[in-house]
Design a protein around this ligand. Structure first.
Ligand SMILES: NC(=O)c1ccc[n+]([C@@H]2O[C@H](COP(=O)([O-])OP(=O)(O)OC[C@H]3O[C@@H](n4cnc5c(N)ncnc54)[C@H](OP(=O)(O)O)[C@@H]3O)[C@@H](O)[C@H]2O)c1
Length: 259
């Protein structure tokens, strides 16, 4: 029986990219996202790459849907050996338009979606003392950035949660890999009107993710220049960090100027 992967956000970007890599490695791949037609297209590509696809439409913000999708995967393909918890959304947060419901919605997809998928696959991984969990955070989760309060908070939550989980699972055969990308060219970034420093193409980014997962890496961040800049930013005095970070243009409003 082939090894089984459950990939969230499989209809585009990193999710589609990694699903195809997993297919080439002979995985049966369960493809989860909301857009069914896009999942069907990716399923065709998975089949062509040598993998066995299962289209599993679900909204990762809805816990019952995620549990049901993983149960279906187990029934039709077998227990999940590899989870790529990747589904995510990004929209800006402006202080003069702050709406807690939008923050909750972002946390539900970016953070809780990954938690629900992990909840669904972990018992069977622990039973078998084997499994790989990989979750997508962001360099934006390391520190505050203009107009990014909700997105940054959702990714900081991913980081803290999965780092703790990785430590708790240290003595088991279940590995946790946290992926923290900077700017990568996908549907998520294609309409950003602001400059994206060190913007990376998708395939080299998927290379980094695939290598990190299969070498058992704890954390992978890229592109290197933005990763090092982000890392150094965290050891600066906060008055200096505020000045440098506020110089970054991340505004998406046509009338300009975050307030
Ligand atoms: N691209 C970057 O520069 C960058 C940088 C840092 C981190 N990231 C993270 O990388 C991950 C993948 O993003 P991407 O860049 O590959 O963007 P993308 O091409 O827009 O992919 C996002 C994926 O998430 C899925 N998704 C969104 N909301 C969902 C929901 N409620 N339920 C199920 N699936 C949902 C989308 O599918 P449907 O719309 O079909 O549901 C899509 O497949 C995200 O977590 C993102 O935050 C990206």
């Amino acid at each position: 029986m082939s090894t089984v992967a459950f990939v969230t956000g499989a209809s585009s970007g990193f999710g589609r990219g990694l699903a195809l890599r997993l297919a080439a490695r002979g995985f049966a791949v369960s493809l989860a996202a909301r857009r069914v037609e896009r999942l069907e297209e990716v399923a065709e590509e998975v089949r062509a790459a040598g993998g066995r696809p299962l289209v599993c439409p679900c909204d990762v913000a809805e816990r019952p849907q995620v549990l049901e999708a993983v149960a279906r995967t187990r029934d039709e393909l077998g227990p999940v050996d590899l989870l790529f918890a990747n589904a995510g959304v990004d929209w800006p947060t402006y202080p003069d338009e702050l709406d807690g419901r939008e923050v909750a919605a972002m946390l539900a997809v970016n953070f809780l979606g990954a938690v629900y998928a992990t909840e669904a696959v972990l018992p069977s991984m622990l039973e078998r003392d084997s499994g790989r969990i990989s979750v997508v955070g962001s360099l934006a989760g390391y520190g505050g950035l203009p107009s990014t309060a909700a997105y940054g908070a959702s990714k900081a939550a991913v980081d803290a949660f999965f780092e703790s989980l990785r430590i708790d699972l240290r003595e088991t055969g279940v590995q946790v890999t946290i992926v923290t990308p900077g700017y990568v060219r996908t549907e998520m970034t294609e309409e950003n009107p602001f400059p994206m420093p060190f913007l990376m193409e998708l395939e080299p980014a998927v290379d980094r993710i695939e290598k990190a997962i299969f070498r058992g890496g704890r954390r992978v961040g890229f592109p290197f220049p933005l990763w090092i800049q982000t890392f150094l930013g965290q050891i600066l005095p906060r008055w200096l960090y505020d000045i440098l970070a506020s110089g970054q243009d991340r505004d998406r409003r046509p009338d300009g100027g975050h307030r």
